[in-house]
Design a protein around this ligand. Structure first.
Ligand code: MN3
Length: 229
């Protein structure tokens, strides 16, 4: 095909797309990464970040939107409210709705090395009350994250009684979900321990990924989540 023909075809496609109404099911949207895909190097490489965000998170959003036709109640809920009512929905909504919420929080609780601030006085007080020290929290979190069998997430949560706790969930479940076997609470910090989150750089060395990841933690966002409870 000649270059001019190709350009003309592309122009027609752009026009055609512009005339089409947006699909009615496009209710959940992939949030952009709050930084460049290379911003978390050297801890997480740019390729992992762009595949993880664009393709993995993108697929959870697309698959969640594909569930709307069969589950019209979905459009009446915010993404966060959906988590608390997830038991009322089929497993495809649980997996993809969880995937969308979990990754949306994951991008925001990370940032470039050295730019994440530190725990606020109030958060540190709660950490000391529940774990003794920040170091003890990290030791317990690392143990839970490294020890979680298979794909899932490790979490720092604030429990309904006000104490903080470390927990983990399988697949794309999270502590907001009203499901049997989940330790419920408000997630303050969640770490993705699926292999897709670290395999290119760390291969099977999940503990190395977890240890390095603390340098990325955006405490300013964790403080904000803690204060908002
Ligand atoms: Mn992931």
């Amino acid at each position: 095909m000649a270059r001019s023909q190709l350009l003309s075809l592309l122009a027609s496609l752009v026009l055609l797309l512009g005339w089409c109404p947006l699909p009615a099911w496009a209710d959940f949207a992939l949030p952009p990464l709050p930084y460049a895909s290379e911003a978390l190097e050297p801890v997480i490489d740019a390729t992992t970040m762009s595949i993880h965000h664009d393709r993995h998170h993108g697929a959870y959003v697309a698959n969640l939107n594909a569930q709307i036709a069969a589950n019209p109640g979905l459009t009446e809920l915010s993404l966060e409210a959906l988590q608390g009512q997830i038991a009322d929905f089929p497993v495809a909504v649980r997996n993809n709705g969880g995937g969308h919420w979990n990754h949306s929080q994951f991008w925001t609780v990370m940032g470039p090395v050295g730019q994440g601030g530190k725990p606020s006085t109030q958060l540190l007080k709660a950490i000391n009350a529940s774990f003794g020290s920040l170091e003890s929290l990290q030791t317990e979190f690392n143990k839970t994250a490294a020890g979680h069998f298979g794909s899932g997430w490790a979490w720092l949560i604030r429990k309904p009684d006000g104490t903080l706790a470390i927990t983990s969930t399988a697949n794309q479940d999270n502590p907001l979900m009203n499901l049997e076997g989940i330790e419920r609470g408000t997630p303050l910090l969640g770490l993705d321990v699926w292999e897709h989150a670290y395999y290119l750089k760390y291969q099977n060395r999940r503990p190395d990924y977890i240890a390095a990841w603390w340098d990325l933690v955006n405490w300013n966002e964790v403080n904000r989540r803690f204060a908002a409870v």
